[in-house]
Design a protein around this ligand. Structure first.
Ligand code: UDP
Length: 289
């Protein structure tokens, strides 16, 4: 394996998680599960608990583009469903949850959760591995993380342009990270995780898209105003006009959600239930262990 960087581990320190993990609950949006975390702290506590109990889980970020890809492509739908945690990354998904299921859930964006998990990893003495982005961006991201978190244990890193999954898995397993972040863009990272998660020893594996580019500074993170209003995608569209091609997909997702809402209201009317959108009885609880 070329160029796998392995860092010396800093002395471990264990502290208890700030809050105890709650059982996870998932609801379905157009056939794709979405995990209902109410706070970032809750999501972080869940991950730390999973890592400490060595209970393996794989996390994907759900946004309207991925939901629509899953609607159109059953194999991608299976890949998303195979994950254990489905954070509500996109404002469109949070709005769909509100409209179709009558629930307000916290958006847990991949970038923000990454930052929270890195801070928790430093505090809890957990090690991380950064897989993805270009060699330069990957290296700069590590460098910047260590500047901000000097006690962070980075077990290793590698860019996202490699051949041979087996060799890569061996390299990752050899340094036994607690958390593996995979930043190879969607859908590549989701397919890679679905295919390789079983062979990876890291107890928590998470897809983080273009996050390393934000950390390295090669891409700008959306300013606070966009983040607070959940409109980071508008910022990204302005900064990277090549992304304009996603607009028709966003429109198709919106139309599908509105159609599902109308269908729901009509069936409410037929059954004499005038209470509007309610949580679906078929909502599946996530893993409770
Ligand atoms: N990338 C990678 N390997 C590949 C293709 C892409 O590591 O084979 C990286 C790319 O360098 C970039 C990230 O994946 O850092 C994709 O970022 P983007 O913002 O496009 O991802 P999104 O968040 O939209 O899924």
């Amino acid at each position: 394996m070329k160029n796998v960087w392995v860092f010396t581990l800093v002395s471990p320190q264990s502290q208890n998680a700030a809050i105890s993990p709650k059982p996870m609950h998932e609801i379905d949006i157009l056939g794709v599960p979405v995990t209902c975390f109410t706070l970032y702290r809750e999501a972080v506590a869940h991950v730390v608990d999973r890592v400490k109990t060595r209970d393996k889980s794989c996390c994907v970020a759900i946004n309207p583009l991925k939901v629509w890809s899953a609607v159109k492509d059953p194999s991608f739908a299976e890949v998303l469903k195979a994950a254990d945690v489905h954070i509500c990354d996109g404002i469109g998904v949070a709005l769909a949850v509100r409209l179709l299921r009558g629930r307000s859930i916290q958006r847990i964006t991949g970038v923000q959760l990454f930052f929270h998990l890195v801070a928790a990893a430093e505090k809890e003495g957990l090690s991380i591995f950064l897989l993805g982005a270009t060699a330069e961006s990957n290296e700069d991201a590590c460098h910047n993380l260590l500047k901000r978190h000097p006690r962070l244990k980075i077990a290793g890193r590698h860019d996202g342009y490699f051949d041979g999954d087996e060799a890569m898995m061996d390299a990752i397993n050899a340094v036994e990270p607690d958390i593996l972040f995979v930043a190879m863009g969607s859908p590549k990272q989701e397919y890679w995780m679905a295919k390789n998660c079983a062979g990876l020893r890291a107890p928590f594996v998470m897809g983080v898209g273009g996050t390393f580019d934000v950390v390295s500074g090669s891409a700008k993170w959306a300013p606070a105003l966009f983040r607070k209003t959940g409109t980071e995608f508008v910022y990204r569209l302005c900064m990277q006009p090549r992304r304009l091609k996603i607009v028709p997909t966003l429109c198709r997702f919106t139309v599908a959600v509105i159609k599902a809402y109308i269908h729901l209201r009509l069936s409410d009317g037929e059954s004499g239930n005038g209470e509007g959108a309610q949580p679906d009885a078929s909502d599946s609880p996530g893993r409770m262990d």
